[in-house]
Design a protein around this ligand. Sequence first.
Ligand SMILES: [Zn+2]
Length: 369
Amino acid sequence: MLMTMTAISEAFAATYSAARAKFLAAAAERGFAAEHHVNSAGRGAEGEELASDTAILGSSDAPALVVVTSAMHGVEGFCGSGCQVALLRDEAFLAAAKKSGVAVLFHHAVNPWGFSWLRRTNENNVDLNRNFRDFAAQPAHSARDDAYAGIHALMVPVEWPPAAENRAALAALVAARGRPAIQAAVSSGQSVRPDGLFYAGNAPEWSNRVLRDVLRRHGSRRRRLAWIDIHTGLGPWGHGEKIFCGPNDPAMIARTRACFGADVTSYYDGSSASAELSGVAWQAALDECSRAEFTGIGLEFGTLPFEETLAALRADQWLANHPHAERAMHDSIKAGMRSAFHDDSEAWQAMVYGQARVATLQALHALSG
Ligand SMILES: [Zn+2]
């Protein structure tokens, strides 16, 4: 039986701790094997334990594995977690997974700290989806670093809300260089401002190490591996953009489109709403499961217009740099983050779940052949 919109909505949660409880309960109810990886960086916003949890369906001997991840970007986890819990409660999906012979791994809350504290980044202000890089091989300074350093002061001003001069200067910059160039300078991943936006870090973060460990233990013996990494905050409201995950390899892009549809986009050819990124998490699957044929997408669901999402991120970075800000300012910025990366309406949740479900079924179908 198909789930009603209300049943779908009930899979989504208001806080990280409630999301974790729903995920663990849904996995336990079905008897799926679960693992818990506790983050020792500290407690959550409600004093709770912070952990990445996994649940695995199917056999460890299955030749193929579909991985579904949530909260790579902390606060975006409300969406991915809701989709994971809804899939775990979805009789028709579970029957299809069993019939396919493909194993499914749900990795809940890749970045539990950001999920709980309503930040896109982790406990060290690192954007995890820029952190999967070879730090030893990377140059001390890159063009991406220069591009970000040139606009950091405008993006994260000393006062919030930004003064009129800041708003005028930013508008003039966008008019002069175009939004795509500014988006690329902000979001590609930078290594020079630990107090800035889209900071890549300087070593593999805890979540990076946990994810690699999970992939190695559950994925390295498989012949085929598909990965759906659920994100929010970019693109039209409720629309799931399927962003190709992998190196600029035409054969891999073709395989990804054969699996998930011709509407898979790629930042290598400009068809994606995303700028070209560096240090993206798919690198972990290639490194840790090198024998498996890899097919992956970032499933990116739209919430608010780009300018509003960016303003929420700028405000949140200002807040992180000014931890003694007034309570009212703190609460307003956190409410802004919540609504920039999740929509609590039943309509939005049903839209995103429908698309996440289709993508997961597509992966099962492609990998079972
Ligand atoms: Zn994201």
